[in-house]
Design a protein around this ligand. Structure first.
Ligand code: FAD
Length: 517
């Protein structure tokens, strides 16, 4: 079922429908894979973990897991499956750290490649005028941080959580509070090495195999497996001043956020979150932040209110503390937050970047990390953000006790428009992330069904009001929805699929294309 204008490209590609492949694994597959000569190995048992991810709701069991020791292990495996062609149902999913939400790194009855096993190339930092680090596609960002800091350097653009792999975040975008300044992680890569869906190993960059380079960045794993990435670096600060302030007026909050992301000189990190009806909010903050005015802060009451927190950070080195004080004071003086709600804390750069890991440890101790995560991430054009807020915060979403709701704007001018990633059609757009956790057995407001319904209502009002939103970490099950998601870029996406993965072997868990058999 190909769309008309790309029909000639689709002789071997068919587009996913709501159904997933249901063929059973054949022992022929196992037999043929076992015959491959590899530096690493296949495993056919104890591979249940590969049918699990952070979302914890989709479970597609693979028939084998490849633990690659070399790039040629990945290339030989894909070449082998490509050569069998449509006679086999085998597909291949690269699995980074398995932090997808809806089975995107899974392969039903297929081969999952455990990317962290690929320890090559060994991480290597290049200093100089344009410093960079070469890393394996299965490397965790936290390890990259520690290694580059040994040279006084660090990547420029991050995700809020660093226990994710390079290949996993570059297949999406990698968005955090630095994106307004540096663009997402996909904008901060000089070069990639990729194994295509035909098993070819290609180096690509803006200058070399540029179409593949742009395709793979934000390409949802559809065009190749990233085996190596060259990531741009900058001098790393030692410390960070981390600041939080509150607003009760949405329009003032967003005006200040937009002012900060558009100013010549600003903070190094800008995010924000929504707080709905939280009791004792500022008391909780006190465990890690200091109020500027303790007395006034203790009188502030968040109960029953919808509040908006602007979160900012400024980098500094200890010998520059005085200058940094002046700079932050000057930036803060132009903002209109509630004065009694200014909280701040000076922390090391590593502690700041690895902040979510602290919550992970706490949640793991309580058995609350490996629960279902019905997350919804949306990109919303600036002109529609107040319509969205009005309809959702305090209306559809009556409180946010199921998890944080992030909201912050980014500049599209910092986005490389040639990549596969699609954004709303305006110069500034907001990331709004509903990061809910569900209690598996609950039928109440903290249960999976309730949260899924709430997410659907949010999507429905956005569609009805024609807000021009795009999903981030998109999840769709029909051809029509994927086409609508990519809009005018759909044709190029299909062309690239045909060029680099014509049998639709790669990343079947995204459910965009289905291997024809
Ligand atoms: P996986 O889940 O293993 O894979 C994701 C997709 O990429 C799959 O389709 C997979 O097949 C493909 N893939 C994996 N490795 C490769 C490779 N080497 N080459 C090609 N394709 C590959 N995202 C943000 O942008 N900003 C955030 O701040 C942020 N915070 C997060 C916090 C938490 C706690 C979690 C769980 C996720 C967060 N994410 C964030 C989302 C995260 O970026 C994605 O879920 C990402 O896919 C996870 O990386 P992973 O290595 O676990 O990838």
């Amino acid at each position: 079922s190909c769309i008309p204008d790309t029909a000639n490209l689709c002789s071997n590609l068919s587009l996913a429908t709501t159904a997933v492949q249901t063929h059973s694994a054949s022992s022929d597959n196992h037999f043929s894979l076992k015959k491959l000569t590899l530096d690493g190995h296949f495993s056919f048992e104890n591979i249940h973990y590969a049918a699990k991810d952070f979302g914890n709701t989709y479970h597609f069991h693979p028939s084998a897991v490849l633990y690659p020791k070399s790039i040629s292990d990945i290339s030989s495996t894909i070449k082998h499956i490509f050569n069998i062609g449509t006679a086999s149902q085998l597909t291949v999913a690269a699995r980074g750290h398995g932090h997808s939400l809806q089975g995107q790194a899974q392969a039903h009855q297929g081969v999952v490649i455990n990317m962290p096993s690929l320890q090559k190339p060994v991480m290597k930092v290049h200093t100089g005028e344009l410093p960079y680090v070469d890393v394996s596609g299965g490397e965790l960002w936290i390890n990259i941080l520690h290694e580059t800091l040994k040279h006084g350097l660090a990547p420029k653009s991050w995700t809020d959580y660093l226990h994710l792999t390079v290949g996993g975040t570059l297949s999406n975008a990698g968005i955090s509070g630095q994106a307004f300044l540096h663009g997402p992680q996909i904008n901060n890569v000089y070069q990639l090495e990729v194994v295509t869906g035909k098993g070819d190993v290609l180096t690509c960059s803006e200058q070399q195999n540029a179409d593949l380079f742009h395709g793979v960045l934000g390409g949802l794993g559809q065009f190749g497996i990233i085996t190596r990435a060259r990531i741009s670096l900058e001098p790393a600060p030692k410390m960070v001043r981390w600041i939080r302030v509150l607003y009760s007026e949405f329009s003032i909050f967003t005006k200040d956020q937009e002012h900060l992301i558009s100013s010549e000189s600003s903070f190094d990190y800008i995010e924000g979150f929504v707080i709905i009806n939280r009791t004792g909010l500022l008391n909780n903050w006190r465990s890690s932040f200091n109020p500027r005015d303790p007395l006034q802060a203790s009188k502030f009451n968040s109960d029953g209110k919808v509040l908006y927190c602007l979160e900012m950070a400024k980098h500094f080195n200890p010998d520059e503390a005085g200058i940094m004080d002046k700079k932050t004071e000057s930036l803060l003086s132009k903002l209109s937050f509630i004065p009694s709600t200014l909280f701040q804390s000076d922390v090391s750069y590593v502690d700041f970047l690895d902040r979510v890991h602290v919550s992970e440890i706490k949640l793991r101790e309580k058995g609350l990390w490996e629960v279902p995560h019905p997350w919804l991430n949306l990109l919303i054009p600036k002109s529609k953000i107040s319509d969205f807020a009005q309809q959702v915060f305090g209306e559809i979403l009556k409180d946010n006790s199921n998890g944080p709701v992030l909201i912050y704007p980014v500049n599209k001018s910092k986005w490389n428009r040639k990549t596969s990633f699609v954004t709303p059609d305006e110069d500034i757009f907001y990331l709004v992330a509903f990061l809910s956790s569900a209690l598996p057995s609950s039928r109440g407001t903290d249960g999976l069904e309730h949260i899924n319904n709430q997410n659907q209502r949010i999507l429905d009002v956005s569609t009805r009001a024609n807000l021009g939103i795009k999903q981030y970490l998109p999840h769709y099950s029909t051809q029509k929805e994927w086409q609508a998601h990519f809009g005018p870029q759909w044709k190029l996406f299909v062309q690239r699929k045909y060029a680099y993965d014509p049998l639709a072997i790669l990343a079947p868990g995204q459910r965009i294309f289905q291997k024809a058999i």
